[in-house]
Design a protein around this ligand. Structure first.
Ligand SMILES: *[C@@H]1O[C@H](CO)[C@@H](O)[C@H](O)[C@H]1NC(C)=O
Ligand SMILES: *[C@@H]1O[C@H](CO)[C@@H](O)[C@H](O)[C@H]1NC(C)=O
Ligand SMILES: *[C@@H]1O[C@H](CO)[C@@H](O)[C@H](O)[C@H]1NC(C)=O
Ligand SMILES: [Zn+2]
Length: 355
């Protein structure tokens, strides 16, 4: 008992920052059931336990299999105003409960829409919620969550690899909602498609550079062509030592997601061989994140515990990770400084103040 308590205290290093988590991969199962009932959508299960069993990935799968999991529930929340706003609000609540004080949450506006999107995703009937309104609804949910739970939440809009046509619209939405909490653009989706250099994506990222929109990307190989400032995962850059050394030299930030990397088959399932161990040794710039806690039935706490238990992470390293996360976040400088000060204070690292 005492040991268990001790363990759970050690691997928690409050407060935390999370930079890589998908809104549509972080929905409460109860909410999926509630919304389905309200909308008269039938699901293969009607209890949280059973529905969780259906949605989650329990052992290493392929990325394609993993992406298929979204089809189990996305049709329930997509195209429904109340649901879209609710998942954003509840997301903030869940993160606050985990001890996160600043989070950047990402999603594809197109995947939650049911009009002005081609094709209409998840076999929905055409409705009246456009990608633009999705962003507006998520912004509202996040903002209400921030007020209710006293943490800071910003969002990142995702382009989808298989949909280069959507990317210009995504960057336009980033521009339009820049003042409403949208801080960056991302490129997500099935990496086996290898389409990050498509003109559609490239043009969108060029426009992002031109307009001062921050950029991250789910693909280490594409960091340079897309002028990304952070990379989602990026484990495979280790296989190209030239690229890896270059990224290290420029302090590239790696958004590491330990549990996700095992369950999506991105890394050797043996956590003791995880690339983040090399990142740590090389003093690389990285964060620890959940990616899709709904689909992995995980929490940020579980990712930290995994890093501690199998990868030799210490409390000191967790502090360094969170400080790097704050330094690499997409907030404006003044807010970033405030966030860093909060961490220094919480971690007992406050330097003498100059009077
Ligand atoms: C999901 O995680 C919770 C908490 O760790 C656990 O109690 C539950 O059994 C898990 N559910 C499934 C279906 O694995
Ligand atoms: C989308 O891409 C297809 C080719 O994949 C092209 O034929 C079509 O015109 C594009 N649509 C738009 C709206 O850009
Ligand atoms: C990580 O990146 C941020 C932003 O680019 C930078 O301020 C910070 O110093 C970097 N940290 C390390 C350890 O390179
Ligand atoms: Zn991701």
């Amino acid at each position: 008992m005492a040991l268990i308590l001790l363990f759970s205290i050690i691997c928690l290093s409050h407060p935390q920052i999370e930079l890589h988590v998908h809104l549509d991969g972080a929905i409460r199962v109860q909410t999926i059931l509630d919304v389905a009932r309200r909308r008269g959508i039938s699901l293969p299960a009607d209890t949280v336990e059973e529905m969780t069993q259906i949605i989650i990935v329990q052992k290493p799968a392929s990325l394609t299999e993993f992406l298929g999991k979204f089809a189990e529930y996305m049709h329930v929340v997509a195209g429904d105003r109340e649901a879209i706003k609710r998942i954003a609000y509840e997301f903030v609540e869940d993160k606050a409960k985990e001890g996160v004080i600043y989070v950047e949450v990402r999603y594809s506006p197109h995947f939650l829409a049911n009009t002005q999107v081609d094709p209409i995703p998840w076999n929905q009937e055409e409705g009246d919620i456009s990608p633009d309104e999705v962003v507006h609804l998520v912004n509202e949910g996040l903002k209400e969550g921030e007020r209710a739970f006293n943490i800071k939440a910003r969002s990142i809009l995702c382009c989808m690899r298989h949909k280069p046509n959507w990317s210009m619209e995504v960057v336009e939405l980033c521009k339009k909602y820049h003042q409403e909490g949208v801080v960056a653009i991302d490129l997500a989706g099935d990496e086996s498609l290898n389409s990050e250099a498509c003109p559609g994506h490239r043009k969108a990222y060029e426009e992002a550079v031109r307009c001062g929109i921050h950029r991250t990307v789910h693909a280490g190989e594409a960091v340079e062509v897309l002028k990304a400032e952070r990379v989602g995962h990026g484990y495979r850059t280790l296989e190209d030592q030239g690229l890896y050394k270059k990224l290290l030299a420029q302090n590239m930030h790696f958004e590491v997601c330990p549990i996700s990397s095992k369950l999506t088959g991105a890394c050797d399932p043996d956590f003791t061989k995880h690339p983040v161990i090399t990142f740590r040794k090389d003093k690389a710039n990285y964060s620890l994140n959940t990616d899709d806690p709904l689909i992995f039935n995980s929490t940020l706490h579980l990712d930290y515990c995994t890093a501690q238990k199998y990868m030799g992470f210490t409390e000191e390293e967790f502090k360094r990770v969170n400080i790097n996360s704050a330094q690499s976040c997409f907030l404006p400088d003044k807010e970033k400084k405030d966030l860093l000060n909060k961490l220094y204070e919480a971690y007992g690292m406050v330097q003498s103040t100059a009077f």
